[in-house]
Ligand binder design. Structure first.
Ligand SMILES: [Zn+2]
Length: 484
């Protein structure tokens, strides 16, 4: 067992040792209808997955949405359905889960820049319920999840849909080619999905009713995600109408819900009629980056938020930033600041984007502005601390970071930067204490491992130094283990 696994597992064990909150249990019972039908052991597994996902993922409420614990538990609970048959896997590639209040849009420009363009004229604004980006993040509309939880979208499960894309992505590419390592099962999936996809495509093209969402005819990736929704939402009907598809998914997910869900409950969860042709839930409402370049006629709906106020730009900027598109993020943060000059957060966040682009002076100026608006803005203080560090003003950096940590002694990034400031000020032992705090929460943080290794080296702890550097190098080969 690697030291990271040991560390991470220790942290998870501590979480799991605590009692599962009653309020969370109420949420699972209220919003995950399958939960009460499951056997005790499987319910326990869901609670375990929920505990880890709620605690370990970065949850981002977009457009000012305040994410409650209930929302996180609902989303994690639905995603956990996909994990019931596997051990110790919690969508490791998905670090962030972004939640919009309602359906949202990508502007045409962004869509084209991001995904290479359609080559067939401009793509209209797309109403999107959810997205799953390769190697994360997952983006979801809370209004849709809430409606599904209330039973207003029978047969649908947006969270299952988007997280199924993440499973598909494990072996590279969201393409319906699943990460199955057992040869016979893999072959069966290829054959059955080929046959079922062709059949589904034909039915949708002919406008015939289908049990699976017609959106599944878009491509193989969508077919798998849509089939997964039906597998978890209408297991009995899938078993009756597509027995082979049900069987192969049952072997893939290593779970059979038809055993546990009584047929009278299943009947209550059935949509009044099966999907027919392109319906209100089909293409355009939930998309993935792979869809975005496709263009074509996409439905628009009246409640679509226009990308015109500061919040809209801010939200999109955060999405850009999380996906490493710092330049686009700077653009949108700038627009957000123009529309709302008193938004300190836009200043602070733009500073981070400037840092990504290596524009250190710009970053410092933005932090300054954010701190003028609110001198106690801890995010801005932390960012300014990191900027001062880069500019060699170590005492000033230490001062900022001390203020952050005085306010919040769990701020891991502040620990990391303060460790670097202390190391630069010739205090390697104190630096190590800070890096330890950061690494206790993020054991896979290559930069923190590198810096702690260097601090150990400064103290003459060569063995520890080499261990840290080797790990840092293993996680990020650009870090040279022979640095010392
Ligand atoms: Zn999809």
């Amino acid at each position: 067992m690697s030291i990271f696994t040991w560390w991470r597992d220790g942290r998870r064990r501590r979480w799991l040792d605590q009692a599962f909150p009653d309020a969370w249990l109420d949420t699972l019972n209220a919003n995950i209808w399958q939960y009460e039908c499951l056997p005790t052991e499987t319910q326990r597994k869901i609670r375990k997955c929920v505990t880890i996902m709620v605690r370990e993922k970065t949850w981002v409420g977009c457009k000012g949405l305040k994410l409650s614990e209930g929302m996180k538990v609902t989303i994690a609970g639905k995603a956990s359905l996909l994990l019931l048959g596997v051990e110790d896997f919690y969508f490791g590639a998905v670090q962030s889960i972004l939640v919009h209040p309602a359906a949202y849009v990508h502007q045409p420009q962004a869509t084209i820049n991001l995904f290479g363009g359609s080559g067939s004229g401009p793509v209209g604004p797309r109403a999107i319920l959810g997205e799953s980006w390769s190697r994360g993040p997952v983006v979801l509309s809370w209004r849709e999840i809430e409606a599904e939880s209330r039973g207003q979208r029978l047969g649908r499960n947006l969270v299952v849909h988007e997280f199924a894309h993440q499973l598909d992505d494990i072996n590279g590419g969201m393409d319906g080619d699943l990460p199955i390592f057992e040869h016979a099962l893999r072959k069966r999936w290829e054959e059955i999905s080929e046959m079922e996809y062709t059949r589904h495509l034909g039915a949708v093209q002919r406008g015939q009713p289908t049990l699976l969402d017609p959106y599944g005819a878009t491509n193989r990736a969508e077919f798998f995600s849509v089939a997964s929704e039906t597998f978890f939402e209408q297991p009995h009907r899938l078993h009756q109408e597509h027995p082979e598809l049900h069987a192969v998914l049952q072997d893939f997910y290593r779970i059979d819900l038809t055993r546990w869900i009584p047929s009278h409950v299943a009947r209550q969860r059935q949509p009044a009629s099966v999907s027919q042709g392109a319906n209100e839930h089909s293409a355009g409402q939930r998309g993935e980056p792979t869809d975005a370049a496709a263009g074509g006629a996409l439905p628009e709906f009246s409640e679509l938020p226009e990308l015109q106020n500061a919040d809209d730009y801010f939200t999109r900027a955060v999405s850009f930033f999380l996906d490493g598109l710092a330049e686009q993020a700077v653009h949108d943060f700038t627009r957000a600041r123009e529309l709302n000059p008193n938004d300190g957060e836009a200043h602070q966040q733009r500073a981070l984007a400037w840092l990504e682009l290596g524009e250190i002076d710009q970053a410092r100026e933005d932090c300054q502005q954010a701190l003028t608006l609110d001198p106690r803005d801890h995010d801005a203080l932390r960012t300014r601390g990191s900027v001062l560090l880069l500019q060699g003003e170590f005492s000033a950096a230490l001062n900022d970071l001390n203020r952050v940590l005085d306010h919040d002694n769990r701020d891991v990034k502040a620990y990391y930067f303060r460790g670097r400031a202390r190391a630069a000020l010739g205090e390697p032992a104190q630096a190590i204490a800070d890096f330890n705090e950061a690494l206790a929460v993020h054991p896979h943080w290559p930069q923190a491992l590198l810096q702690r290794g260097l601090a150990h080296h400064a103290l003459g702890h060569e063995k520890r130094a080499r261990t840290d550097l080797a790990k840092a190098h293993h996680l990020n080969p650009e870090i040279d283990a022979e640095t010392l």
